[in-house]
Design a binder for this molecule. Structure first.
Ligand SMILES: [Zn+2]
Length: 647
């Protein structure tokens, strides 16, 4: 049976220079990016942090530019750390102008341009170690991934500052890629690590140069239809750069089938979700029904079968990959911070292309939980891996928990996550509002001032929000002329008893794809959106064997967890009463102000040996939960998201 033709809508995000986030919850995080993460990460990139693994990122580019003698050090994709840092700086400058920081960024952009070759090629690894051997190992070389991050940085920096230098340089790099990857030698080549697809789509949206969009589409359409990556090592131009002796698995690189025929999200989680982000962009841009259907199918697979309750994805530490439906172990979870960044990016794109609010539930989940958990409250240490259960004494090297850290680390030899978290937090305002044909859509409830257009009429939208602690949102819209159009407000999946008023009048709005629809007319409007979002227990599909017989606490977008510092050791010996009331308390001194949750339950009393025929005793206990995004910011100890049910 053929489906009804899709009514393609065109929704746009606001440019970051057209918005100022001013929000009780997010201001702290944004300040952290500007005041701590950006300066700290610059020090890391320049090897100025005592006791942290050296990055060598800037030094590598200086060597490539001929400004310094020496040998490249680090991963093949080491350049991307600077690219993501520049992107974070661009977003930060739109909110907090800082001439000194901008000057530093300009100087580093100058360095990037000096490290670029005359033909547009840019990659300090290959330029210094294998000059003249570009694109000889797409499987492991990460050149297109690195290029993608530089292109994203260039678009962001131009949009933030109006400065063209990096953009012009990265258009030359993109032009080189478009030329090389259309030659007969490369006509079936695909990137080993996706990212270039979404970056070229972004560059197309800014420049409207058709070749960028066409190249992104080609890379997407080729994936899974060619054996290029499997046979690449037999080509005369191949150079072994990664020394990875694992055989290449097509599913690891999302090449198990043509993308339109894929039924499950497979392989390396970040790659898969960057690919899906590019696919969603391309599907919307080309109005490609079968491509969007694949995105919808794969989104369902990942969010209904392969995602942690925290929005973490990619459960296996081996190969940083997706494994099987419902295989979501808590204590060996990988759930890379970058993978949740990528999940938020994909989900936002799906909301934009389809106009469905539910995708924003996932974007919000990933942002408020795993992405925020990735950085400490002082902005100076980071999680790469985001477990849902930690017993510090179990975390030994050379075991299947070797990748799990009980506390955030200063930096990483492979430092993809810290700058990725920085650019994501710095650009969170981009998730808040979409504009469409005579309509505005409020997606996330983040306070601030947003300058949009309703048709041709400029409209300022002031948002005040008490999330994530209270379901209380206030909007004030103002225009110089009369506004005519629609305001759509997402009703989140956790909202109970949603209530709306427009200019003081209560109303029961119609809903459309998960948004409440309000009609705007006149030069101003005041909207109140209230809902209840009490802390509640969530249960998992019993096929998630790790969570069977357990519950997790969630309040609004925030998932909660138990920490040893509030509950004593032996968290596995606690039982929660599913009938008991969850008591919420706002603690202004905790984590800069946070709601905690207390639940009634029991603690197991054990007086046997390792095993005992005598059933354990029980005593009454109060279980104290804190938001997962803040875990690991006090004394190190045990942590658990899922808690066993009292029986
Ligand atoms: Zn990462």
């Amino acid at each position: 049976m053929s489906r009804m033709a899709r009514n393609w809508i065109k929704l746009r995000e606001l440019a970051l220079r057209d918005l100022t986030v001013d929000d009780g919850f997010w201001n702290q995080r944004l300040r952290l990016v500007t005041q701590e993460m950006i300066p700290y990460q610059l020090d890391s990139l320049m090897d100025r942090v005592p006791g942290a693994p050296p990055s060598r990122c800037v030094r590598n580019l200086r060597i490539a530019a001929g400004l310094e003698e020496g040998t490249f050090e680090g991963f093949v994709f080491q350049d991307t750390d600077l690219a993501k840092w520049l992107e974070a700086v661009a977003y930060s400058l739109t909110r907090t102008p800082d001439p000194a920081l901008e000057k530093t960024a300009d100087e580093l952009i100058e360095l990037v341009c000096q490290a670029q070759r005359a033909d547009g090629y840019l990659n300090s690894y290959f330029s210094t170690l294998y000059p003249g051997h570009q694109f000889c190992n797409l499987k492991e070389g990460h050149e297109l991934y690195t290029a993608g991050h530089f292109i994203e940085a260039a678009v962001a920096y131009f949009e933030a500052t109006g400065k063209e230098k990096l953009l012009v340089a990265m258009c030359r790099l993109a032009d080189l890629i478009c030329q090389v990857f259309q030659t007969p030698e490369y006509e079936d080549a695909v990137p080993g690590h996706e990212e270039i697809e979404l970056a070229l789509m972004r560059l197309y949206e800014l420049t409207r140069r058709e070749r960028y969009r066409a190249m992104a589409y080609d890379f997407i359409n080729r994936r899974g239809t060619t054996d290029y990556l499997s046979r690449e090592s037999t080509l005369p131009r191949f150079i072994d750069v990664w020394h990875d002796r694992n055989p290449y698995l097509p599913e690891y690189g999302q090449a198990q089938a043509p993308v339109r025929e894929q039924t499950a999200v497979e392989g390396h989680a970040v790659r898969a979700l960057y690919l899906l982000s590019g696919m969603a962009d391309a599907a919307g841009s080309f109005e490609d029904e079968s491509l969007l259907e694949a995105c919808e199918r794969l989104y369902e697979n990942v969010t209904q079968r392969r995602m942690y309750v925290t929005g973490g994805v990619g459960s296996s530490g081996t190969l940083e990959r997706f494994t099987a439906d419902f295989d979501l172990p808590n204590d060996t979870a990988y759930a890379e911070s970058c993978a949740s960044v990528a999940l938020a990016m994909f989900s936002k794109r799906m909301a934009r292309v389809t106009g469905e609010a539910r995708y924003m539930d996932t974007a919000e989940l990933a942002l408020y939980n795993t992405v925020l958990a990735g950085v400490a409250l002082d902005g100076k240490s980071f999680f790469y891996v985001n477990p849902l259960e930690v017993t510090p004494s179990f975390l030994k090297p050379a075991t299947d928990k070797a990748h799990v850290a009980p506390r955030r680390q200063k930096w990483f030899g492979c430092a993809c996550c810290p700058p990725n978290i920085a650019r994501t937090i710095a650009s969170v305002g981009g998730y808040v509002l979409f504009t469409g044909d005579r309509e505005l859509r409020l997606n996330l409830f983040i306070g601030g001032t947003y300058k949009a257009r309703l048709g041709e009429t400029p409209v300022t939208v002031a948002v005040r929000s008490e999330l994530p602690w209270k379901g209380r949102v206030r909007l004030e819209l103002k225009a110089r002329e009369r506004m005519e159009g629609r305001l759509l407000i997402r009703i989140p999946d956790y909202a109970e008893r949603p209530r709306f008023t427009l200019n003081g009048q209560e109303l029961k709005p119609e809903t459309e794809k998960g948004y409440a629809v309000l009609k705007l007319s006149g030069r101003s409007a005041k909207v109140r959106f209230d809902f209840d979002m009490p802390a509640r227990l969530l249960y998992a599909d019993p096929r998630v064997t790790a969570d069977a017989g357990k519950a997790a606490v969630k309040k609004g977008p925030l998932v909660y967890c138990l920490e040893e510092t509030d509950n004593g050791p032996g968290l596995a010996g606690l039982r929660i009463d599913p009938e008991g009331r969850l008591r919420e308390r706002f603690k202004p001194e905790l984590f800069g102000g946070s709601v905690t949750v207390e639940a009634k339950g029991q603690r197991i009393v054990w007086d046997g040996g390792l095993y005992s025929a005598k059933p354990p005793g029980r005593t009454a206990a109060t279980l104290r939960f804190v938001p997962y995004c803040f875990w690991g910011n006090r004394e190190p100890g045990e942590m658990a998201v899922w808690v066993r049910l009292k029986c």
